[in-house]
Design a protein around this ligand. Sequence first.
Ligand code: Q46
Ligand code: ZN
Length: 311
Amino acid sequence: MRHHKLALCEIHYPEWFVAQTERAIRKYRMFGPDDRVLVAVSGGKDSLALWDVLLKLGYQADGLYIDLGIEGYSDASRDKVERFARTLRTLNVRPSVRPAPRPAARFTVVDLRAEYGETLPEVARRVRRGRGKPCSVCGLIKRHVMNRVTRDGGYDVLATGHNLDDEAAVLFGNVLHWKTGYVARQAPVLSASQEGGGLSRKVKPFCRFYERDTAAYALITGIDYIYDECPHALGATSLRYKAVLNDMEEKSPSTKLQFYLGFLRARQEGFFCEQAEEVELHPCSNCGQPTSAPDLCAFCRLWKDAVEGER
Ligand code: Q46
Ligand code: ZN
């Protein structure tokens, strides 16, 4: 690993990876051993590796999978997550870094069609916001469902598998377009108060790992994950930003790490505090989740349109 100036064997690499995750959790004060963590799992390497590592570290970590009903993708990704959930107790190839017994992990599936009556592609086709851009509706739906399950399940924190490549690409895009409000809000931890009343605390324990680090961990520890990207990811601007950053990284190793860590340092020094936007939130009249809209939140408006369309 040129970027970390390290050479590790397949026995010591997973130990290093697990220990680094613990370091990040402590450094950014993400959560403690008594907190209940909900891990959003997609079937990809990052989120499955995150769930695996948190359990190895002895945290109370449960999984959440959202079945979006995307043809040719959701069935396969759900299958990977369900298989993984069944093997949790036997997957560990090395004794855990902290010799704690693994807590029993729970696993929740939210099937969009079963719970709300439509799949993501169906909603995206129906509403103006989603036409030609299912990712915009998808982000809204996933945020709502994750927040609901975190809140209803009494979890202290929601953990996602975003890695350094993801974070650097988001930062790059926001800086390129000078979206100062978004830049100010990007962080390894978003506290519940930063998120607004009723929204859950969110953490990204893998934000300092390169994508290839998590891939190597998944490969070495035998995590079976879905390789394919969601078909809607094709042509996404985030992939273009990743390609640009990869090109720079190729010519100058550690570029992404320096870019992101430099940002976090500047953030810690208060460079972006003044930019943070205050938005007034109140509970949605239907679901109770916080919203800046006067009546229904954006999520509830999606499904209200469906009911009205049937009349
Ligand atoms: S799942 Fe959803 Fe992604 Fe697929 S529809 Fe777009 S946002 S690409 S992470
Ligand atoms: Zn609502």
